[in-house]
Design a protein around this ligand. Structure first.
Ligand SMILES: [Zn+2]
Length: 66
């Protein structure tokens, strides 16, 4: 599997988090939103980089059939 660098993943996560908040009807939170999303995107991009088994599990997990 070809891995993307955290520098590539970070802005994708950051903008995805903005899109999620927008899709949930949240008004743009300006500096507060940016502060939280910078921390979340940076932390998640590094967590995924440093834990490739977790990243793989997260992307391939399927709910067991009931
Ligand atoms: Zn932003």
């Amino acid at each position: 599997m070809r891995l993307l660098s955290p520098e590539t993943v970070y802005p994708l996560l950051h903008e995805t988090f903005h899109a999620i908040l927008h899709s949930k009807g949240r008004e743009y939170g300006c500096d507060t939103e940016e502060t939280y999303l910078r921390a979340l995107a940076a932390g998640l991009s590094l967590a995924l980089r440093d834990n490739p088994d977790f990243a793989h599990w997260l992307l391939t997990y399927r709910q067991p059939k009931a």
